[in-house]
Structures are given as C-alpha cells and as structure tokens.
Design a protein around this ligand. Structure first.
Ligand code: HAS
Ligand code: CU
Length: 561
C-alpha cells in the first residue's frame, strides 16, 4: 500500500487551490508574453523605425499593435495576476478554501472573455487602444468579451469576501490577518470602482456597437472610463504592495516594522482611489474647473498611502539589512540579498517607483499637467509604475510562487537575476527618454511617427532620445526572453522536488503587530469604511454625472483605421 508522506499529503490537500492559482498566473503570463513582444515595436516607432511593415498582413498598423500591447499587458495580465494572488494569499493565510466550482467559473470567464475580445482585435476590427474612447467604435465582440473578462473578477470579489466572512464567523472579535485584510479592502475598492467601466460598456457601448442606439456622449464615456481608469492603476499596484508588505521583509531576511500602518495604507486606498478620475480629464471641456480642483486635491491625498509605504518598506528593508550584518548609514543596503531574484526584482521595482511617483505628482498638478498631457511623458510615467514596479513584482513573485505551486525547482536562477537587471535597465532608459521627449520637445504620445516624413522632421529634433528608445527596446526583448525561459523551463520540467511541495508561503513576521493597536481596531470596521468610500464617490462624482446625463450629446461611431 502506498504511504502518504507529509509532502504528498500537503500536495494533495492543497492541490485544487494551487492548480487554480497556477492556471490564473500562467494565463496572465501568456498575455504578458504576447503583449510585451509588441512593446519593442512601440519603442522602435519612437526611434523613427517602422517594424510594423514586417508584420503585415498579420498586424495592419501601429494602432492595432498598440491596442494588443495595451489590452494584454495593462488589462489582461494585471487582472489575472491580481485574481491569482489576491485569492491564494488569503486562502493560505486563513487556512480556508474558496468555493472551487465558482473559482473555476471565474477562470473560464476570463479565458472566454479574453478570446472573444482577441478576435476583433486580431481582425483589425477593434484598433481603439486600451482606453477605447468613443467616437472610436470597435466591433461589438470587443466590448462583450471585455465585459465577460472584467465580470470574472467580480466572482473573485465574491469568493474572497465569502471566505473572509466565514473566518469572521469562526473568529468573532479577532483582527483579520494582514494579507487577508489587504485582499478584502482591495477587492471592495475594485468592485466599487469597476462600476464605471461596467456601466460604460454594458449600458452604452454594447447597445451602440450593435446598432441598438445611434450615439453615445464622448464626455460621459470618458468620465465613466476614468471613474474606473484611475483606481484601476491601484488594482494593478496593490497585489504587488501586498506581496511587498507580507513577503518581502521575510525574503530579505527581516521583519515588517508595522502591521497597523500597513492596514491604514490599504484603508486609505479604499477611501481615496476613486474620487480622483478628473486628473485624467484636466484638458476635457465640459467639466467645471472647481470639480477638477477637488479631484486634484484628492489625488494628492491618494499619494499619501504610497508615501507611508515608502517609509514602512524602507524601514523594514533596513531591519533586514541590519539583521544580515549591514552597518552604518548605507551598509544595510549592500547587505540585502541582491542575488535573490525575487528580492532583486522588488528592490529595483521600488527604486523605479520613486521617480514614477514623483512624476505622478507632476501629472496631478493642474497647471503642470498642461505641459505634459498627451505627450510621451505619460507613457514614460506609467512604464515606471505598471511596467516596472508592478511587472517586476509579478515576475519576482513568480520566481518563488511557480516552484511553490508546482513543487518544482526554479530553473536558471542566473537568467532570472539577469532578466531583472536588464528589465530595470531597459525601462530606466526608455522612461527617461520618454519623459525627456514629452516634457522638453512636446512629442505626442500615441503618434505613428515612423511612417510619416512630416512627423519625422519634428521628431528629429529630439535626436539622441529617439535612439535610446530603440536601444531600450532591444534590452527589454532580451530581458523578456530570459524571464520566459526561466518560467517555462521551471513549470514544464517533469521532476518534482519534495522540499518545494512542502514549501510554505513566505509570510513575514512583524515587529509591531495589530494586537492592542487602536489603529488596527479602527481599520477593522471595513463595512463602515466602505460606506464612507461610497459617500465620497457620490459627492465627488454625483453632481457632474447628473449634469452630463441630463445634457447628453450623442455622436455616432467612427472607424479611423
Ligand atoms: Fe499615474 C496617468 C497621477 C500612480 C499608471 N498613470 C497614468 C496613466 C497610467 C498610470 C497607466 O494626476 C496613463 C493613463 C492614460 O493612458 O492616459 N499616478 C498619478 C499619481 C500617482 C500615480 C499622483 N499611475 C500610478 C500608478 C500607476 C499609474 C501606481 C500604475 C500602476 N497618473 C497620474 C495623473 C495621470 C496619470 C494625473 C494623468 C496624466 C495625463 O495628463 O494624462 C500616485 O499614486 C503615485 C504615488 C507614489 C509615490 C512613490 C512612493 C515610493 C515608493 C517606493 C519606495 C522605495 C523603496 C525602495 C522602499 C509617492 C513606495 C528602497 C530600496 C532600497 C534599495 C533600499
Ligand atoms: Cu490617474
């Protein structure tokens, strides 16, 4: 009779969650693989080189390629990574299993939604970029697929909340463990903010693209889009913050300095992520300056939790560096385990996030925004945020999570380390050049440069910065090849490693815990704070939306490609 060793018991007992998490993660990384391979084409475009000619008839235009790049990387990969870790972490922390039938429903919805969206994009019937601003009109399948894809995340919202409430019933009066607290506030924030996108797509864009209604109001559509579109950046960021708080200190050899402060950060994101969307619409006519001013002030508020994060993580990393023998003012930085690919990816990603965050404050300042809006500064900004910190945090996490989920050893650690240095270097060069070109030369974003002689003349003045884009494109391509080699070689090998099968989630210990903390008790009143968040959203958006809905200016759809 076969004897079940502890490793086998653990593998069997946890197999369902691990399999689901692995499938979510791998679907996300598959999207990232295709999406990032289109990145260098954009980088080369900014260098005046049109590589799209070689992709015809598969990909018809720069705009079709940019749609594939934006949708797969910014919408698909990020959501799937969030669905993978923000259900798995609380499930392991609480020792509870989510409803697995529904969990698989969410995976299938994501896959089917993705395929339905992909078809019109690949057929060049939806080259509307990831913001799909009307009057640009895509084939109806693009909106239907996107809706199914996004609604898949609502299933994960339900699964996480149900698991948490089950735990609350069994542990009355107890403070929710940290990773679960983060997941709960994260999913509540996402559910509330995704209403804008869901209404835009389900109520307006699907009927419009199927011909049921003749027109939609571009300003209202943009407003509903940015209602979701700003907080969506925290939907991308917060899974990585959660991992940075709950695993990075331990992986770096130390402890998290404050658990209550970490809770406060997530609560502030729940409160202030949403009522700020007009900072994307400072240049839009039809919104009174007073409302733009209110959203600007609230945007400054939403930087606060990131500033607290900078402090808490730096202090926790210092704790780790000193525990490893680092001395003096900066010796602790050197003492951190830079050779650990996960720690490395977080350190480099967080370093990039400092100028990225500072650039965010420039964007958020009404007057400064006039200088950089719709220039290459903007892709410069968000490639530091989502393409560096968020993507590197996900890559770095994959280096322990895929071995943990599959019970297999990480293959090619040297390639893993190299991929992160190269990614950081490539993104650093590219974002530096994009910021420079945007701010000083006013080079427009989303412009097809390499095909037009007139545009090329204008671009030539930014000389060396253009060339840097092409160089960064090459570096990033090498980085992504190294990364995917490690991921696929790890996941596809046949050998299992017993120690990996048993490996735990590396949850960190804390120096200052939640017990007896007034702050932790205050943040624990999640439903009360959710109510406050709803009130803030209604106050910041209600009157403007009411005015827009009562003064509709519908226009028919257009195809400019
Ligand atoms: Fe942004 C546009 C303002 C954060 C993404 N943003 C965008 C767009 C994207 C995006 C995709 O106000 C373009 C949308 C489009 O297509 O049009 N953004 C902000 C502000 C923040 C901010 C104020 N953005 C993000 C994040 C993103 C993201 C996060 C993705 C994940 N953004 C704007 C505005 C616009 C905008 C305007 C519209 C511009 C326009 O005109 O169109 C803040 O949340 C940033 C706060 C961050 C900080 C940094 C804290 C630093 C930390 C690192 C610490 C380092 C450590 C390392 C510990 C204050 C946490 C230690 C290391 C050792 C080695 C020891
Ligand atoms: Cu924003």
């Amino acid at each position: 009779m076969a004897v079940l060793t502890p490793s086998k018991i653990d593998a069997y007992a946890l197999a369902p969650e691990k399999k689901l998490t692995l499938y979510m993660l791998m679907l996300g990384f598959a999207a990232l693989l295709v999406g990032t391979l289109f990145g260098p084409l954009q980088a080369f475009n900014y260098a005046g080189i049109n590589l799209y000619t070689f992709l015809k008839p598969l990909v018809q235009s720069y705009y079709q390629g940019l749609t594939i790049h934006g949708v797969l990387n910014a919408i698909v990969f990020t959501q799937l990574f969030g669905q993978a870790v923000m259900l798995y972490l609380p499930s392991r922390e609480l020792g509870l299993r989510p409803n697995m039938t529904l969990a698989w429903v969410s995976w299938w919805m994501a896959l089917v939604g993705l395929l339905i969206t992909a078809l019109p994009i690949l057929a060049n019937a939806a080259s509307v970029l990831y913001t799909f601003y009307p009057p640009l009109q895509a084939h109806w399948a693009f909106y239907v697929g996107a809706a199914i894809f996004v609604l898949s995340s609502w299933v994960t919202v339900y699964l996480t909340l149900e698991m948490w409430m089950r735990w609350k019933r069994r542990n009355p009066g107890q403070i929710t463990p940290l990773a679960t607290y983060m997941a709960v506030t994260f999913w509540l924030m996402w559910w509330l903010c995704s209403l804008g996108l869901v209404v835009e797509v389900a109520v307006f864009l699907i009927p419009w693209s199927t011909g049921l209604i003749g027109g939609v109001d571009p300003l209202l559509m943009r407003t509903l889009f940015w209602f979701t579109g700003h907080p969506i950046v925290y939907f991308w960021l917060l899974p990585v913050y959660t991992l940075a708080y709950t695993t990075l200190p331990r992986l770096a050899g130390g402890k998290l300095i404050s658990d209550p402060l970490a809770r406060l950060v997530f609560l502030l994101f729940l409160l202030f992520s949403i009522p700020v969307g007009f900072h994307h619409q400072f240049s839009d006519p039809g919104i009174a300056p007073a409302w733009k001013f209110i959203h600007m002030v609230l945007t400054m508020m939403v930087a606060v939790p990131s500033l607290i994060t900078a402090f808490t993580l730096a202090a926790s990393l210092e704790n780790a560096g000193r525990a490893r023998g680092g001395q003096g003012w900066f010796g602790w930085i050197k003492a951190l385990p830079w050779n650990n690919p996960t720690v490395l990816s977080f350190l480099l990603g967080l370093l990039a996030f400092i100028p990225g965050g500072a650039g965010g404050m420039v964007n958020a300042s009404f007057t400064l925004n006039q200088g950089i809006h719709n220039t290459t500064w903007i892709p410069g900004h968000f490639h530091l945020q989502v393409a560096t910190l968020v993507t590197m945090g996900a890559m770095g996490t994959a280096f322990w999570l895929i071995p943990h989920l599959t019970g297999k050893r990480l293959v090619g650690e040297g390639y893993a380390v190299a991929s992160q240095w190269l990614w950081f270097l490539g993104m650093f060069i590219m974002t530096f050049a994009l910021h420079w070109m945007g701010w000083l030369y006013q080079i427009p974003r989303r412009a097809f440069i390499s095909g037009s002689p007139a545009a090329m003349e204008a671009y030539k003045q930014s000389g060396v910065w253009m060339a840097l884009n092409a160089i960064s494109g090459i570096i990033l391509t090498i980085a992504i090849i190294f990364f995917f080699y490690v991921i696929f070689a790890t996941a596809l090998q046949s050998r299992h490693e017993p120690s990996q099968v048993m490996a735990e989630v590396p949850f960190t210990q804390v120096i200052s815990g939640p017990q007896g903390s007034g702050l932790a008790a205050l943040t624990e009143r999640v439903w009360f704070w959710f109510g406050v968040a709803v009130v803030l959203v209604v106050l910041a958006y209600g009157p403007v939306l009411f005015q827009m809905l009562t003064h509709l200016n519908p226009v028919p759809g257009q195809r400019l490609w």
